[in-house]
Design a protein around this ligand. Sequence first.
Ligand code: SAH
Ligand code: SF4
Length: 352
Amino acid sequence: MSKLHNIKNWTRQNLRRWMTEKSMKNFKVQEFRADQIFYWLYQKKVTSFSEMQNIGRETRNIMEENFLISTLEKCEKQQSQDGSIKYRFLLEDGLSIESVFMPHTSHNTVCVSSQVGCGMGCDFCMTGTMGFVRNLKTAEIIDQILTVWIDQPEGKKIQNIVFMGMGEPFHNYQNLLQALEILTDEYGFNFSQRRITVSTSGLLPKIRRFGKEKIRANLAISLNGVTDAVRSKLMPVNIPYNLEKLIKVCREFPLESRRRITFEYILIRDLTDSIKDAKGLISLLHGMKFKINLIPFNYAPGSKYQPPSLEKSRIFQKYLLDRGVVAPLRISKGQDIQGACGQLVVGTKVLN
Ligand code: SAH
Ligand code: SF4
């Protein structure tokens, strides 16, 4: 194992601090170099210190003696008919993760993973069948975005990031937060906080904590059921943190003006797709600033659940729209490549 630090695990503040300490030991590394290095890494997207043209040789040498710049190995790339692209990346310990590039008319989105596998055990989700394997490091989160970005044709930019790939982001809180810092840093990717969405199954203590952070991405909650009976059956997280507690925390979540919480709601045939459920949704969320993403269930082989008919999904949606609720029906992208919501799953064995 290399003794070098992976620079993408560090925020700019950390790097500045390190440089101050180095300077005190007469290495003459000035801390503003941290800003320049971030600019090269995340705006110019270079992969070596030697490409950082305005950084002197002496500083570059010191950086090379202490840091490495990681890259992610693409081991599979599948393109969907709808234009989305699923990437599988090989990690240094032989595990792999997936990310999805999703083109839209006005913007492009990358859906990133936060863990290998997921320990939340939701009954409908393929990632959940893997169980928890390990948390991703900050660099592994950042490298997904960089690699997908660099892989697009010249000039095609990424405008939105969603933490909706494999894993429960709030189970990997510290690394998630560092990644958010790099993503929103003006010398880093310089994303607006409004362009980043973190989706959670409902880890209440972490939602509360997230509401107090300086950097606040959009919050999405996977709701998926409007009664405790149904939600607990689908999502074991509902047992410690039931709907009443969840909704209370959501109501207390601080929102800036013109921002709202997104609730993801999977339409599952004969379980969550009735008008009674739609009514339940409205009364549960009444008075909150929210929108609902309706996601017809994506079937995976072996699953005990089925999607509703498109007609039934539309009736459900219309019920909400007629009552003034913002409720886009999200026909998941990338279904033909198993890249849609909940379909990301990879073997946990070392790949040869
Ligand atoms: N673990 C986080 C982030 C992953 S987001 C979370 O659950 O919020 C993945 C989203 O896809 C979640 O909203 C989940 O409810 C949804 N999902 C999972 N499996 C699905 C499936 N088979 N069909 C449709 N949506 C699914
Ligand atoms: Fe984990 Fe989210 Fe899948 Fe639930 S839906 S198992 S929390 S990835």
